[in-house]
Design a protein. Structure first.
Length: 381
């Protein structure tokens, strides 16, 4: 059978794609140029979201294996980098959206009510796949967020809600996969399980020893920084009240470091040892990132932070675009509008990756690495 040569428009289904901008009327000829612009920009957002979901899932899959070979980490980084570049484009895309003036939007805004961007199932999927817990969500109102995804005419499951529910079943999240990977990361050459996947009883002692030495170095560095600030600012001898305030701030910082390392924020005491090891691994990778074996792990962490930073920037840019176009009006779906969007900018899915940055030390005061040869180059030519 002879293979039929495809055309560009057939492969990309251009005619199908270009037939989807008719709005509620199903005929784009009946739409104003501004409404067509609104539809096209939001459809492009959704197409980018679709690609982000695929790439995030692939990155998650590489990290969620029971054992992650070293050469698989760059593959996860590859997919995350693509998502990060997409988010840069998404942020810039709001410049196109902002060519819509407030008066332009008001001409067709009433047609949209009560539809809302809050009903973007793919945005909810991105949050779920990344690992945002429901308890951390900003509330749209008294109803849970998935209520807004039900069919408004029947109250039944809509395709949007079915998509979100399927994503909930698609576990683990990227955050959970990353934490599992971090839990297994070697600290001073020690891992929680041996090559035969049996528990290593000696690992807990290695981890505790690393954390204890790190906290001692952190406390000493914090005290030195405090005294240096007092001396250089002149507060130590001339302004006792300011000196007390500065010392109090450094004391709070040291207490926060200890609380983070000891996982005091983890409600279930039984989960704290695991959380402590995850955070110890994160601290180890960030602190000794120049070691060859840690080159890709630290790049993975940087890429995940960059992903969340891009997500935050997108949310903030979205809020500013909406404020510019509609001000502080009630949203089309009945939300508080800009206030709700601003609340979402405070989401931190990978909170530990941000928190650990306040604990990092200068290289010259870091505790020494035990078993350093373990982290060297494994092969030579």
């Amino acid at each position: 059978m002879t293979r039929r040569e495809p055309t560009y428009w057939e492969y990309l289904r251009i005619e199908d794609l270009l037939s989807l901008q008719g709005g509620l009327e199903g005929d784009e000829g009946r739409l104003s140029a501004d409404e067509l612009h609104f539809i096209v920009v939001h459809q492009v957002f959704e197409l980018w979201f679709k690609l982000c979901l695929r790439e995030l899932a692939l990155a998650r899959d590489w990290l969620s294996a029971p054992r992650v070979p070293e050469h698989h980490v760059p593959r996860a980084v590859h997919h995350l980098r693509r998502v990060n570049e997409i988010f840069r484009v998404l942020v810039e895309q709001f410049r196109v959206m902002e060519t819509l003036t407030p008066q332009d939007f008001l001409e067709f805004r009433g047609k949209i009510t009560p539809a809302s961007g809050f009903q973007s199932a793919q945005m909810r999927e991105l949050e779920i796949l990344a690992g945002l817990p429901d308890r951390a969500r900003a509330h749209l109102g008294e109803l849970p967020f998935d209520a807004a995804l039900r069919d408004p005419r029947t109250g039944q499951t809509s395709p949007a809600l079915a998509r979100v529910e399927a994503r909930r079943r698609d576990t683990p999240s990227l955050r959970e996969a990353l934490e599992r990977w971090l839990y297994r990361a070697p600290i001073h050459g020690s891992s929680p399980r041996d090559d035969d996947d049996r528990p290593d009883p000696g690992d807990a002692g290695v981890v505790e020893g690393f954390l204890a030495s790190y906290l001692r170095s952190h406390a000493a560095a914090s005290d030195a920084a405090c005294e240096r600030l007092l001396t250089m600012s002149g507060a130590g001898g001339q302004d006792p009240e300011r000196a007390r305030d500065i010392r109090a701030r450094f004391a709070v910082q040291r207490e926060a470091a200890e609380a983070f390392i000891e996982a005091r924020d983890v409600a279930d005491a039984g989960d704290r040892p695991r959380a402590r090891r995850v955070r110890a691994a994160l601290l180890f990778i960030e602190s000794y990132r120049e070691l060859p074996l840690l080159a890709w792990p630290r790049l993975l962490i940087d890429t995940v932070v960059e992903f969340e930073e891009g997500f935050i920037l997108w949310r903030n840019r979205h809020a500013r675009m909406v404020e510019r176009v509609i001000g502080r009006r009630v949203g089309t779906g009945g939300s508080s509008g800009v206030d709700y969007l601003d609340a979402t900018t405070r989401y931190r899915i990978f909170a530990d990756l941000w928190t650990v940055r306040a604990l990092l030390l200068p290289r010259d005061v870091l505790p020494g690495v035990e078993n350093e040869a373990y982290y060297g180059f494994r092969y030579s030519q």
